[in-house]
Design a protein around this ligand. Structure first.
Ligand code: NZQ
Ligand code: ZN
Length: 392
């Protein structure tokens, strides 16, 4: 096993009606002037935003609001948020929504707390030295951004989608009421389950340093989400299944399922970020569409892990060669994606990319990772292009 740091400073308040605690939590963390940041309007339609602002009014907390964070959130709105916070003297950010609103809020927080162009951080030119404190009311179980150190932003010019990670960006608190996720479209619920599993799978398919305790946590999490994703397909209002998936989403990406390993593979995410940047697809669906092609491309160089995944997560029979078992595990995972109406290739995702598009995405991806990346198998630009081609 490798040495590791595990840092999860986020105070989690989980359960029914927990959003009513938002004002006391903001006060606990010192907020006096708040930017309430949200997405395209689901929190307006559900009445959540109104409940939240009423609670802030009653507690005498000053706030301003800024909506409009779209899936694959844009840099333009981040700049707008930074200006607004500086002008209004905002000292606390409250993201109400999903990964897109949270990531956009993190970027605004970096922009307020650091001089210069905030994109520099996403372009890996500089590192942040702080962030405005941030709290979250989560409305979709998916990215784990409510506890993670990551923020993913898309720059409109060139459609460049990049992630930046810093412990400064970890939220101070996360309010998680599984009932708030019940208004989600089924497609978004399934996208979320896919993303949650992928965050742990990225950390699982590695060639170094695995720990039994981490593997046991990871496999338990993957089995739990697999089971509950199917329950939610058939019974979207099932509170317990919503709760299982919501908590899994945080644990999948707060670092817990990566302790002791080599940091993870992450290439499925990097390839998906190119799809999200260029075609604006939902992140989870993009991951499902690319994973099978990635897995078939790399499994021989990470055979013990793929075999273990097949046996312990996908319930494949322990019969045949290691390669046969590993391949059955990949097939079973794709069957699972299909069972929750997720795509398993780019066409099913609705992306009809030309060869030229694939070349551009592979090139941008290679540039974004600094040439080559991956633990299951180290992938260079040619490998990335081969995986994109196989996923058509
Ligand atoms: O924008 P609104 O109107 O709120 O609608 C959203 C959006 O259309 C809707 N939605 C959310 N909660 C809802 C709801 N609709 C009805 N009822 C609710 N309760 O669902 C759609 C998706 O929301 P979004 O926030 O975009 O989803 P998600 O949480 O999946 O975030 C995706 C973004 O996060 C990035 C992705 O790349 C993508 O840009 N990621 C962030 C990570 C992180 N910060 O740690 C890690 C991930 O790997 C990922 O890359
Ligand atoms: Zn993800």
């Amino acid at each position: 096993m490798f040495d590791f740091k595990y840092y999860t400073p986020t105070k989690v308040v989980f359960g029914k009606n927990t959003e009513s605690k938002v004002a006391e939590l903001i006060k606990e963390f010192g907020g006096t002037k708040v930017l309430v940041h949200y997405g395209g309007g689901s929190v307006v339609r559900s009445g959540l935003l109104e409940r939240v602002t009423k609670t802030l009014d009653e507690a005498g907390i000053n706030y301003i609001t800024l909506g409009g964070a779209v899936p694959n959130p844009r840099l333009g709105l981040v700049y707008e948020g930074i200006e607004l916070c500086k002008k209004e003297g905002v000292d606390f950010l409250l993201a109400v929504g999903g990964g897109s609103a949270i990531d956009s809020a993190k970027a605004i927080g970096y922009g307020v707390a650091n001089d210069g162009d905030v994109w520099d951080f996403y372009d890996y030119k500089r590192k942040v030295t702080g962030c405005l404190p941030l709290g979250v009311i989560l409305t979709i179980a998916a990215t784990g951004s409510e506890m993670s150190d990551s923020s993913v932003i898309t720059k409109e010019e060139g459609l460049v989608k990049r992630g930046y990670s810093s412990d400064y960006g970890r939220p101070r608190f996360a309010i998680m009421n599984p009932e708030l996720t019940m208004t989600l479209p089924d497609y978004q619920t399934a996208c979320g389950c896919t993303d949650i599993m992928m965050h742990t799978m990225e950390r699982y398919f590695t060639n170094g340093g695995n720990m039994e305790i981490t593997d046991a946590l990871a496999e338990g999490l993957l089995r739990t989400v697999k089971t509950n994703a199917v329950i939610l397909r058939d019974d979207p209002k099932n509170y317990d299944a919503r709760a299982e998936v919501m908590w899994a989403g945080s644990l999948a990406h707060n670092g817990l399922t990566g302790c002791g390993n080599d940091g993870g593979d992450w290439m499925t995410h990097k390839l998906e970020h190119e799809l999200g940047g260029l075609y604006d697809v939902a992140h989870g669906a993009g991951l499902a569409a690319i994973w099978g092609s990635w897995a078939r491309y790399v499994y021989k160089e990470c055979l013990p892990r793929f075999k273990r995944f097949a046996l312990n997560v996908m319930d494949v029979e322990d019969e045949g060669t290691d390669e046969e078992i590993a391949l059955k595990g990949i097939e079973a995972m794709e069957d699972f994606y299909r069972s929750i109406n997720m795509p398993t290739n780019l066409r099913e995702l609705g992306v009809n990319a030309t060869e030229e598009d694939l070349v551009v995405m592979a090139h941008k991806c290679a540039v974004g990772v600094g040439g080559a990346m991956g633990s299951a198998k180290l992938l260079n630009e040619e490998d990335m292009l081969n995986i994109f081609r196989a996923s058509m």
